[in-house]
Design a protein around this ligand. Structure first.
Ligand code: NOJ
Length: 574
């Protein structure tokens, strides 16, 4: 396939062919994937050793969360050397071996690019603190306080002020969008930007396939650094108001693209929260800053504000449907999407989206898989999703590791919730839910290692939920995912499922239905409720079904609770 050739599909849509549109991505949180040296934490060699499993599943691209040198305050999203490998993950030689071994299996690798901030242990920041005359002072954001208070009232994403006082200097503060040990880099400084571009190109020259770009919409702040009306009981206002996707960011992002990604045959996927649909064109349109961005509009359907878990919503399947349709339609107009159910910042999808606990099992997992996997865009599978891993339940806050869980707990109490209620919010939403050790088998520590206490407590259900039991079971969630990948990437319907247009279907409120239109019409129907629901009679070849049959009744078909089907429509009946 030639890259970038535009073709008109039978729906009349011009679609450009690109290799990364055909990929199926698997996201690895290396600390929790496989602990090859039995020290309690996962590592790069662990990923290499598990490549046969990933090949069996059928994925083609790995996104590996940060493996760079780091004090690990935010598990690697705090980098102290962008060109070094964190020793607990291994060495550069281990990474090169992984690249090579993956390539032999036709799997390419993208890394996580964290350039909104560094660690406070980065050499630049240490020099900036040590010497006010150093050029590195301007690599970060330092400001004077106001009347004994921080320079403004912005709240960081992980809670508390975005400002931290510089220890040796009265009335001087530095800025951090996230934790105080993650000082923001000052993108206004062109020398800093050039250093970042050189680093990115160094990695691309090494042969990686591209980057997932972390928190990139935070790199531009309103330069007035003005106060904002408080939006919480702590008297502060979220940094999002004046520090996310702000005017002027276009110049930084266009330059980033021109000086790095655009020069290589690589893929870039932006974590770009806060971008509205009418701006998607600039982000992912022709000549946009990135090839695709993650859309969080429906990932956060269960909470009013993605980072404040005590603001829960009582969402209904109809809303989820509307959000998915809106997202797909908006993306289809301008570019390409990055579809996901889970990632390392989200709870497990069956625990979040399947509201009846009786279906938080293989039926629910397969229904959700079907729902997201065939949307137009590149699918991203998060480790453990393919075997139906679920949320845990912790009895005490001390069992949590995630910085944002440790912040949300006291914040919920400050907002008036009891300790018990606050713990329940954290249990439900904690980022640790997706970070528990991967459940390889039913043995001690779920086969994550040879027995050393893992860095984070297991979910505890690995006797029922584990990869070893599922790999050879044709009815397992793993086999279902494998089949979805086969159908999307290797069946006669490949072109329609990858490049075909997205079209919403009219169905009852609780059923989410859509079509993919190419040389044939493929329909996806997912009952997102625990009630049997009638839909217009389905006709055509059933390509996938999470139940054994589909019940037909007169002019209708009856979808069982959380039943999901994929149908190739008969030609005379589209
Ligand atoms: C987004 C990442 O996905 C998250 O895990 C991290 O804590 C923040 N960015 C800060 O880097």
């Amino acid at each position: 396939m030639e890259n970038g050739i535009k073709e008109r599909n039978s729906n009349g849509l011009m679609e450009k062919r690109n290799w990364w549109k055909e990929d199926v991505v698997y996201q690895i949180y290396p600390k929790s994937f496989y602990d090859s040296d039995n020290d309690g934490g996962g590592d790069i060699k662990g990923v290499t050793q598990k490549l046969p499993y990933l090949e069996e599943l059928g994925i083609t691209l790995l996104w590996i969360c940060p493996i760079f040198t780091s004090p690990m305050v935010d598990n690697g999203y705090d980098i102290s050397d962008y060109q070094g490998i964190q020793p607990e993950f291994g060495s550069m030689a281990d990474f090169e071996e992984l690249l090579e071994e993956a390539k032999k299996r036709n799997i390419s690798i993208i890394l996580d690019l964290v350039v909104n901030h560094s660690s406070d242990e980065h050499g630049w920041f240490k020099q900036a603190l040590r010497d006010s005359e150093s050029k590195y002072r301007d690599y970060y954001i330092f400001k004077e306080g106001k009347d004994g208070n921080p320079p403004n009232n912005w709240r960081s994403i992980f809670g508390g002020s975005v400002w931290e006082q510089v220890p040796a200097e009265d009335n001087l503060y530095y800025f951090h969008t996230f934790d105080k040990r993650q000082p923001d880099l000052n993108w206004e400084n062109s020398a800093l930007r050039e250093e970042i571009y050189a680093m990115i190109n160094w990695w691309l020259e090494k042969g990686i396939a591209g980057f997932r770009i972390d928190s990139i919409t935070f790199i531009k702040k309103d330069q007035d650094y003005g106060d904002v009306p408080a939006d919480g009981a702590d008297g502060l206002a979220s940094v999002k108001h004046k520090g996310r996707n702000r005017p002027g960011i276009a110049d930084f992002l266009a330059e980033l693209n021109q000086k790095t990604f655009n020069k290589y045959p690589c893929v870039s996927v932006g974590e770009a929260p806060g971008v509205t649909y009418d701006e998607y064109d600039k982000y992912i349109g022709e000549g946009g800053y990135f090839n695709m961005i993650f859309d969080f509009h429906y990932a956060d359907i269960d909470v009013e504000n993605g980072s404040e878990w005590f603001r829960k919503t009582d969402w209904k399947p109809k809303q989820l449907k509307e959000l998915i349709f809106e997202s797909q339609n908006a993306i289809q107009k301008v570019g390409w999407g990055a579809n996901f159910l889970e990632n390392h910042d989200q709870p497990r999808s069956i625990s979040k989206y399947i509201r009846d606990a009786a279906y938080q099992n293989e039926i629910g997992a397969k229904a959700l898989g079907t729902l997201f996997f065939f949307l137009r865009g590149t699918p991203y599978i998060y480790q453990g999703q393919e075997i139906g891993m679920k949320n845990f339940k912790r009895d005490t806050i001390t069992d949590f590791n995630d910085v944002s869980s440790l912040d949300n707990y006291p914040r919920a109490m400050l907002e008036g919730f009891t300790a018990e209620e606050s713990l329940a919010f954290v249990n439900q939403r904690s980022r640790d839910n997706g970070r528990t050790p991967f459940q390889w088998d039913a043995t001690k520590n779920a086969g994550f290692n040879e027995g050393t206490e893992p860095w984070l407590k297991l979910v505890g259900d690995h006797e029922e939920v584990n990869a070893a039991d599922q790999v050879n079971d044709p009815d397992s969630i793993f086999s279902f995912y494998k089949e979805m990948i086969q159908i999307r990437n290797h069946s006669p319907f490949k072109d329609t499922l990858i490049y075909g247009a997205f079209r919403p279907l009219e169905t009852p409120d609780d059923v989410i239905g859509y079509g993919r239109i190419g040389d044939e019409v493929i329909q996806i129907l997912v009952n997102m409720s625990n009630k049997e629901t009638a839909v217009e009679k389905v006709s055509g070849a059933i390509l996938l079904n999470n139940y054994e049959t589909i019940e037909q009744s007169g002019t209708q078909s009856l979808l069982k609770p959380y039943q999901a089907i994929v149908i190739r429509k008969d030609e005379e009946n589209v």
